[in-house]
Design a protein around this ligand. Structure first.
Ligand SMILES: C=CC1=C(C)c2cc3[nH]c(cc4nc(cc5[nH]c(cc1n2)c(C)c5CCC(=O)O)C(CCC(=O)O)=C4C)c(C)c3C=C
Ligand SMILES: [Fe+2]
Length: 422
């Protein structure tokens, strides 16, 4: 290793230990604040590591998320600038033995990658010179995995297929899959490198079924920590459950004592590729756009007034006698109080896959949400949205997946070991 590489490795290690200390004190979940949390991590990781001010790019590079813990990384981790999601199907003839070896290989690779280290002698070097950049690699199992591995008795009831919704326009080839991997990082090369490693490590055991790419705002892009915006220009993520909420863990993570003990500390990910009909949306005057959501576009404040964090007054009537937040406003219909308390942690990436022959962008939201039980999270809310959401005219659900994401690995464990060997 050159002196420069040594110095960089030292910087990464020091920042990593400092960040782990912070995470340990606050609890891993304490790091999540949507985009605002991204900036918090940025600042925490950016403390001078060798004295003096570290350059901005090095601070992004130094952000590290622990691989091991009660929960997998990439759930309560602040939104990252770049994301890849990829589903695999086990190869014909591959079963539980091959799945065990695969999860061992993937876990070992993910731990190295997330620490900013190369994987094996043949590492391509794509991420060389960069730090870990808050890389996370998160693994999940689809319902079909349990058939393929003879583990049907351990398939959680929560993996029952999602109901069909009237507005679904789903492409089966880009939906579901035996295994699902979510990769996020604050650098595109680091994220791509991780995706290549995961694909290569799959070897002959599993083949890519579908793969999607996404992005969010880069850490440090705003003058102060702010909630992210989506490709419609809305502030998106405001009313996410907060790790400081007393019922956060209960809503997002599977509690101990359930009928599938291997899922303790795990969560269920619902993934939807939602195309935005941006040409139609952008023609809509601002005032109408705001009524579709029920919040101001400029700062995300509810139409009933205040700031972004003010609670919407769903009962308030305007001078015309009608609710100020319309009855079909997206934020009204999706609110927990309108859905028997159903809540989820939304942690999306935007996507843009080019411009079609008709000139319309193939762009939208890789909507990823996390919950302890989809029947008390995504399903009731989407049922309600499906019936009367003003946003429906401007979006199209094109692909769907539901995955059981086990808890984080303890020391010496690989992800999913309690399922595969328990
Ligand atoms: C079934 C769940 C949901 C889907 C699908 C969904 C799609 C979707 N949402 C936006 C934009 C916004 N959503 C907002 C709030 C919001 N959305 C959901 C659920 C789904 N959204 C929930 C549970 C909430 C929170 C409701 C509340 O508690 O008030 C907002 C408002 C700001 C915020 O709180 O985040 C926006 C904006 C898009 C563009 C979209 C599909 C492309
Ligand atoms: Fe929403």
């Amino acid at each position: 290793m050159s002196d420069k590489q040594d110095d960089q490795q030292d910087m990464v290690e020091i920042s990593r230990r400092r960040l782990l200390g912070t995470a340990g004190a606050a609890g891993a979940a304490g790091l999540v604040l949507g985009a605002a949390g991204g900036a918090a991590t940025y600042a925490a990781a950016g403390e001078p590591s060798g004295g003096g001010d570290a350059p901005a790019l090095a601070t992004v590079g130094a952000g590290t998320v622990p691989f091991r813990g009660a929960h997998q990384a990439g759930i309560t981790t602040p939104l990252q600038a770049r994301g890849h999601v990829v589903a695999f199907d086990l190869a014909p003839g591959a079963g539980r033995k091959e799945a065990v070896a695969l999860m061992r290989r993937w876990s070992a690779a993910a731990e190295l990658l997330m620490a900013g280290r190369p994987v094996g002698d043949g590492d391509s070097g794509v991420a060389r010179d960069a730090g870990p950049c808050s890389l996370t690699v998160t693994f999940g199992f689809g319902a079909s995995f349990f058939d393929r591995t003879g583990l049907v008795a351990r398939r959680p009831a929560q993996l029952e297929p999602l109901p069909a919704f009237s507005a679904d326009r789903l492409d089966a080839r880009r939906s579901n899959g035996d295994l699902w991997v979510q990769i996020g990082a604050d650098d595109a090369l680091v994220a791509f490198h991780a995706l290549r490693v995961i694909q290569k490590e799959a070897g002959a055991a599993a083949k890519v079924r579908w793969q999607m790419n996404g992005f969010n705002r880069s850490p440090g892009a705003t003058a102060r920590p702010m909630t992210a915006r989506n490709l419609m220009g809305q502030v998106d993520g405001t009313n996410n459950p907060k790790p400081t909420d007393p019922d956060f863990d209960r809503r997002i993570f599977v509690a101990a004592g359930g009928d599938q003990p291997w899922m303790t500390g795990g969560s269920y990910a619902v993934v939807r590729r939602i195309r935005m009909l941006l040409d139609d949306w952008e023609k809509l005057p601002l005032e109408k756009q705001e009524r579709v959501i029920g919040r101001r576009k400029s700062d995300g404040a509810p139409l009933t007034g205040g700031t972004e964090t003010t609670k919407p007054d769903l009962d308030k009537l305007g001078s015309d006698g009608k609710p100020v937040i319309p009855v079909d406003a997206h934020a009204r219909i999706s609110a927990p109080e309108q859905n028997g308390g159903a809540a989820m942690l939304r942690r999306p990436f935007s996507f843009h896959d080019g411009i079609g022959p008709d000139g319309t962008p193939d762009a939208g939201l890789l909507f990823i949400c996390w919950q302890a039980d989809p029947l008390r999270g995504f399903v009731p809310v989407q049922r309600k949205l499906d019936r009367g959401d003003a946003l429906s005219a401007f979006i199209r659900h094109e692909a769907s997946g539901l995955y059981a994401v086990p808890g984080g690995p303890a020391d010496g464990e690989y992800v999913g070991q309690r399922l595969l060997e328990g």
